[in-house]
Design a protein around this ligand. Structure first.
Ligand SMILES: [Zn+2]
Length: 575
């Protein structure tokens, strides 16, 4: 029997339900820094120790926000009070509130503002997957809006109000990126009230008064972690993470994920003598309101270990939502082959592939260069339209995210999928990256970005040759898997090359953290894309033109260095 079969047979759905029930029913809402969070993390750490013999809770400072109260009063065309909750990491209003005209702008992306003067208006938007909530707020702020109202997704008659935060800056701020935190008042309302307001806006001038309060403060985070050690003679490890902090009782987001994470730890520990690599199990704090606060701290604090040894990060969240049927996986191109083959193996269907960008998951490791993946089943397109694009269910971040929203049979399949991926990453002799796919992705990004080079064409063409050389080298390295190469050497080379990919994954560079759902990070070589746009927009030979020309050159050189370093590693080690 192979290790996956042993893992699969050992996974207990009863254990998963036991731990999930404790978090949902005995603890309930788990906001960072509260007594409930302390109770949840103590329980998880105790269970981790019970399951593996090891476990501790890391404590560290984290920048947090707590919701106060909010109100929304309709002033014109009629007087009405609408139920509202504050979003976190916002500017609280003065006692008298903020008054203004409401303009409905769809999803609240840049294209929705075309031809609209949003200055001093109160913008009403739909909750939608893109732009993400913090990005909607950032754009509203950039457009000069006075405040933002986000109506929930879900069925048109739903009274549920979704909680959330809009800290566009990811993890704890630094003196340099604190300024990225936007200053805007944002509130949430239900779908039912939102559609009513939207309809009124299409017919007449709508004026409202908004009051909202939320704090901004430093707290002490609590993050359980434990490592199951293999007997292998390397220090490599796979990181498996699930967030503990949660809005509402949160079975979907994310007591189910924590329960599966605990069970995986137990199973791994049972078969640790057979593992090829260690597995580190971590239970994130600060995922929700601190926007990746715990995972960012983990990357900053354990940088050297991650950089030297971490093979991949498996994110566990939003498992087995009742009514979802389409298996979908999000990841980086070098993992695509393995992740999609796993869908075929476990679900007997092709499934859907999404390239990972800085978004909803704890994707804090793009800079250090550790590949990310996250799996969930999704609604069909028809169902999504019916639910007004409630991608992670209409119950997300509401009191209705309870255990009955988890499909037990589907939960078993999810557990099998994550177990299979973990086995592939922890036990394959050669790390299952497809390096040809990595080289092809980087070449593709280069083609896309140089396509819009405009007046920077000549500045960038100097790199055409090295991009092609990189692609060829990656393809050669991939072919070496079938030849007589020392797996340990190939793994080391693969990890070294992974660490040289930040320019292709991040806008803020290797040591920065892009904002949650930042649209710019979806562009090819995001920093270069941005600089090219500014350079081409500037008046020729103006001050701005010369500033951006310098910036284009510097980013070009950062891209060169990453490619060149990888090529040099390969040449030194295998010629
Ligand atoms: Zn979640």
């Amino acid at each position: 029997m192979n290790i996956y079969e042993k893992f699969k047979n050992e996974i207990s759905i009863d254990n998963i339900y036991k731990d999930m029930s404790f978090l949902v029913d005995n603890v309930g809402e788990r906001l960072s820094g509260t007594g409930e969070m302390e109770k949840a993390t103590k329980y998880i750490c105790d269970r981790l120790i019970e399951n593996t013999g090891v476990g501790r809770i890391d404590h560290f400072p984290m920048y947090m926000s707590y919701p106060g109260e909010a109100s929304l009063e309709l002033i014109a065309p009629c007087k009405e009070r609408i139920a509202a909750r504050p979003v976190c990491h916002i500017d609280s209003t003065p006692e008298s509130g903020l008054e203004g005209e409401v303009v409905y702008l769809g999803s609240g992306g840049y294209e929705d503002y075309a031809g609209i003067d949003a200055k001093d208006k109160i913008i009403l938007t739909d909750m939608s997957w893109s732009p993400a909530r913090p990005e909607k707020a950032r754009i509203a702020c950039e457009m000069g809006a006075k405040a933002l109202i986000i109506m929930n997704w879900g069925a048109s008659d739903s009274d549920l109000i979704q909680m959330g935060a809009v800290k566009t800056q990811w993890g704890n701020p630094t003196p340099y990126n604190e300024k990225e935190i936007i200053h805007l008042t944002v509130i949430s309302i239900s779908r039912k009230d939102g559609e009513w307001l939207e309809k009124m806006c299409s017919e007449t001038k709508v004026v409202v008064n908004i009051k909202a309060a939320a704090t901004r403060e430093w707290i002490t985070a609590s993050q359980p972690v434990g490592r199951v050690k293999s007997n292998a003679d390397n220090d490599e490890y796979v990181l498996v993470g699930s967030h503990v902090d949660a809005w509402g009782k949160s079975a979907i987001c994310n007591a189910s994920g924590d329960a599966l994470n605990l069970e995986l730890a137990r199973v791994c520990n049972k078969y640790k003598a057979e593992l090829q690599r260690d597995v580190e199990f971590v239970f994130w704090d600060g995922h929700e309101i601190a926007e990746g606060g715990g995972s960012t701290w983990y990357a900053d604090n354990y940088w050297a270990d991650m950089s030297n040894n971490c093979v991949a990060y498996i994110n566990i969240d939003n498992l087995a939502i009742e009514g979802t049927t389409v298996p979908g996986v999000e990841g980086q191109p070098e993992l695509k082959e393995m992740l999609t083959a796993a869908i075929e193996k476990i679900f007997g269907t092709k499934g859907v592939w999404h390239q990972a960008y800085k978004g909803g998951g704890d994707s804090s490791f793009f800079g250090v260069g550790v590949p990310y993946n996250s799996f969930a089943t999704e609604y069909t397109d028809e169902k999504l339209i019916e639910l007004n694009h409630a991608f992670y269910s209409p119950w997300l971040h509401t009191p209705d995210d309870t255990i009955d929203k988890i499909d037990k049979a589907l939960m078993k399949k999810h557990a099998q999928y994550v177990t299979y991926i973990l086995d592939q990453l922890a036990n394959s002799k050669i790390i299952p990256y497809n390096l040809k796919d990595l080289g092809d992705d980087i070449k593709k990004q280069w083609m896309w970005v140089t396509d819009k080079a405009g007046r920077a064409k000549n500045l960038l063409s100097a790199l055409d040759e090295i991009v092609e050389e990189y692609r060829t080298k990656m393809s050669e390295l991939e072919n070496m898997k079938s030849k007589d190469i020392d797996p340990a050497l190939l793994n080391k080379l693969s990890l070294l090359c992974e660490r040289e990919t930040a320019m292709f994954r991040c806008w803020s560079g290797k040591y920065g953290q892009d904002g949650c759902g930042s649209l710019q990070t979806e562009k090819a070589i995001p920093a270069l894309d941005y600089a090219l746009e500014k350079y081409n927009d500037a008046e020729v030979y103006s001050h701005e033109y010369y500033l951006w020309e310098t910036q284009v050159l510097r980013i070009r050189n950062m891209v060169f260095d990453e490619l060149n370093t990888s090529i040099n590693f390969i040449n030194l080690m295998v010629g």
